[in-house]
Unconditional design. Structure first.
Length: 390
């Protein structure tokens, strides 16, 4: 009869030694980062892709997956969790490969996936503070009402791309209030609620927060815990308020500082297509100097269709990044960009970028919406010749 004790003793010789303390913090971060990618695939039905037309979160996940595939350590750790074939690409199309990077670089990119580093590792907390530190540590859990917040994240992403919101390093302004957006560990986070303030033992103000993460999770961090995480993250950023002030001035005082002018031009070219649609074809640009100086040699410049132009509208602006504002107009009217190639004076083909088939009154409406701060989610619909929600 088989002795169970003898069998156990024989099997023990082949058993792998158990890992003390479970997974390391590094492994936990890798797994948490991979699970975020898996949730993205489940929600959207495709592997995250690269490309300027993708939102910021999909591009971050695409880079993260590329890096995980490149590291043998990650593949070994995650292979048993990879029910979607993400690491091998056997079930989902491959994304473009990237250069192999070090594991330290990958872990830096994964910062925040399993919660802020340094805060969740109790070995960095003095033993006499363990009880209070445990209260500060807020484990992330699924956000059950994420459908309420998802539109806010999408809107913030649109406003970042359009330049309506800017990202600034966290530190100069360390305040945190309900409604604030931050970037922590490469991920957008939103402060949905801020509880009543109280004093810490050393006299600093603190409060309990409800923090929502772009991956559909949430935590109830303390305000000072979030501050420490943002301070520690070299890439930690604050998103500016989209309503920080008007972009344009209706009236100008002697001490106003003018940053530039939006100009709208109409071509006087005899090109058949341009002549036929002259009232609709407009060039939209931004200049820091005089418009007249800029267009003085239009007939010699392919950018101006090698023809003279007339100024049909202009709007002064102050305290704005001219390049970002110009890109904002190009994004709004991208669907109506003029697809026309002409030859320059040397016979080289040129395709001007800043000409659009858009009525002048729609351009004027876009300017008014920028003034009001309501343009970030708008695009031009050529079928109806109107601005519509993106």
């Amino acid at each position: 009869m088989l002795d169970l004790d003898e069998l156990r003793a024989e099997l023990d010789e082949f058993a792998q030694p158990s890992k003390k303390g479970g997974r390391s913090p590094r492994e936990e971060r890798i797994i948490a980062g991979f699970e975020e990618i898996q949730r993205f695939v489940e929600q959207h039905g495709h592997v995250p892709q690269h490309g300027e037309d993708k939102d910021i979160f999909e591009r971050l996940y695409a880079v993260r997956l590329d890096r995980m595939r490149a590291l043998e350590e990650c593949c070994t750790l995650l292979i048993t969790l990879d029910h979607q074939g993400l690491l091998t690409g056997t079930e989902i199309p491959q994304v473009k490969p990237v250069e192999t990077i070090s594991d330290d670089e990958l872990l830096a990119e994964l910062e925040g996936a399993a919660g802020p580093t340094g805060i969740t590792e109790l070995r960095h907390v003095r033993s006499r503070s363990e009880i209070r530190a445990a209260d500060e540590i807020a484990n992330r859990e699924k956000c059950e009402d994420f459908d309420r917040f998802q539109p806010l994240f999408k809107q913030a992403d649109i406003e970042i791309k359009s330049g309506v919101r800017q990202t600034k390093p966290f530190g100069k302004d360390a305040s945190i209030d309900a409604g604030n957006f931050f970037i922590l560990g490469g991920q957008l986070v939103y402060v949905a609620e801020k509880g009543e303030e109280f004093q810490t033992p050393n006299g600093h103000p603190d409060a309990r927060l409800r923090v929502i993460y772009a991956n559909g999770t949430e935590s109830n961090l303390l305000l000072r815990s979030l501050q420490r995480a943002l301070y520690k993250d070299e890439a930690g950023r604050r998103l500016t308020d989209p309503n920080m002030g008007p972009l344009f001035s209706e009236t100008w005082d002697d001490d106003d500082v003018e940053s530039g002018t939006i100009y709208v031009l109409r071509s006087l070219s005899n090109h058949p297509f341009i002549a036929e649609h002259r009232e609709l074809i407009h060039k939209i640009g931004v200049t820091g100097g005089k418009i007249e100086t800029r267009i003085a040699n239009a007939s010699l410049d392919a950018t101006y269709l090698l023809a003279d132009v007339e100024i049909v509208a202009s709007y002064k602006l102050a305290g704005i990044n001219r390049t970002k504002l110009e890109n904002l107009f190009h994004r709004i009217f991208a669907s109506a960009q003029l697809d026309l190639t002409i030859q320059d004076r040397f016979g080289n083909p040129v395709r001007p970028r800043e000409w659009f088939l858009v009525p002048l009154h729609v351009i004027d409406e876009a300017v008014q919406r920028i003034r009001e701060g309501s343009v970030s989610a708008m695009i031009y619909d050529p079928k109806t010749a109107r601005l519509v929600s993106a």
